[in-house]
Ligand binder design. Structure first.
Ligand code: NAD
Ligand code: 89V
Length: 341
């Protein structure tokens, strides 16, 4: 049984804690939050014995095999490096880093320490999205030549996560990062992109609409479009809708988790709704289920000594798309993610 410690017991941590209870081979033995009272409350709710307000102290005392970092982005690099100095494997929430230099430094630190560093990039682990990724990878519609990955909503994310209203960057960094990662998973790495952004909600500091055209290394194109300014019915938060065309057919994931596969002249329609786990609640059940899947993948990789699909090294490529999208939107021209310093 691998012994884990959690750093950060805020808004999203309950999902990780519930999910860890469902993952075989791992046990959370310590919780840490700068606000010790918050950590204590979570420890009582989830039966965790040890509580800390200092991550350094938790790592010194804990003999931990891994650390799960669930803090907001400014603390990721110091906490990841701290955990690696204490020889713990790390799973760290997205966004991985505030900039590419910090992200590269963390990947290098993990390589030097010989430890696994995985990013909790969970949208590609949602069961409906995973189904589509597997269909595309199986060659069902042939090599895809077009993808649209779309997340459009008017859901109030700010009441649960007030920090999202405060940063100069919003939708691309917080949500677009997931959708860009799905586009990478479906269509491969990206050679260049062009982004247009806009702010609808006057009460927030960052952009809440982004439309991004990606040219993949295959030469094929994707459109990633994200909005928190969309008032429509049905409200689809937090679904990512997908449409992928290949020479043999089309795959669509539509609102309400309706999957349509048209290939070689035949059509299949499937309900791929995620289960509402005992501890989950609509509409978050889709995300909540993916937290179990990604944490399970992390522990399997540690047990088998394999690299996670959403490793720190892999996530450098998703983070580069986020950076490139902001540069592109600011400069009004397309940008190669590999040209960024
Ligand atoms: P939050 O602000 O509610 O909670 C973060 C907690 O970390 C706070 O309680 C804070 O006191 C604690 N903390 C900060 N620095 C610390 C340190 N050095 N040592 C110990 N504790 C520290 O944030 P949240 O909404 O829970 O989000 C956390 C992360 O999860 C963010 O990066 C966010 O983007 C991500 N998130 C991901 C998803 C997803 O589906 N993947 C969903 C929501 C949030
Ligand atoms: O997934 C996330 O990171 C969340 C939300 C879905 C609200 O954007 O912040």
């Amino acid at each position: 049984m691998l012994r884990g410690g959690i750093i950060g017991t805020g808004f999203f941590a309950g999902n990780h804690l519930n999910a860890w209870k469902m993952v075989e081979g791992a046990e959370i033995v310590a919780l840490c939050d700068l606000d010790e009272e918050k950590a204590r409350e979570a420890a009582e709710a989830f039966g965790v014995a040890h509580v800390y307000s200092s991550a350094e102290q938790m790592l010194r005392d804990g003999a931990l095999d891994f650390v799960d970092i669930i803090t907001t982005v400014p603390s990721h690099r110091p906490l990841v490096e701290l955990a690696l100095r204490h020889e713990a494997h790390v799973i760290c929430q997205k966004p991985f880093a505030e900039n590419l230099a910090d992200a590269r430094a963390m990947v290098e630190a993990a390589d030097n320490a010989g430890k696994t560093l995985m990013v909790h990039e969970n949208f590609r682990w949602q069961s409906a999205v995973r189904r589509v990724i597997e269909l595309v990878r199986s060659g069902r519609i042939g090599a895809p030549f077009f993808c649209r990955a779309s997340f459009r909503s008017g859901y109030d994310v700010f009441s649960g996560q007030p920090y999202l209203a405060e940063g100069k960057r919003f939708i691309i960094e917080d949500l677009g990062i997931h959708v860009l990662d799905i586009a990478r998973a479906l269509m491969g790495d990206v050679e260049r992109l062009a982004a247009v952004t806009h702010r609808v909600n006057p009460k927030i500091a960052g952009e809440d609409v982004a439309t991004i055209l990606l040219t993949h290394e295959s030469g094929m194109a994707s459109v990633v479009d994200c909005s928190y300014g969309t008032r429509r019915s049905p409200e689809t938060f937090p679904e990512t809708l997908l449409e992928i065309d290949g020479p043999r057919g089309t795959i669509r994931l539509d609102a309400g988790y309706r999957l349509t596969v048209q290939a070689d002249g035949a059509e299949e329609q499937l309900d791929v709704s995620p289960p509402v786990l005992e501890w989950a609640e609509r509409p978050w059940h889709n995300i909540q289920e993916s937290v179990v899947a990604i944490q399970d993948h992390f522990i399997r990789c540690l047990s088998e000594g394999t690299a996670p699909e959403t490793s720190g090294a892999d996530n450098l490529k998703t983070l580069a798309l986020v950076e490139a999208a902001y540069v592109s939107a600011a400069k009004g021209r397309s940008v190669r993610p590999d040209s960024l310093g």
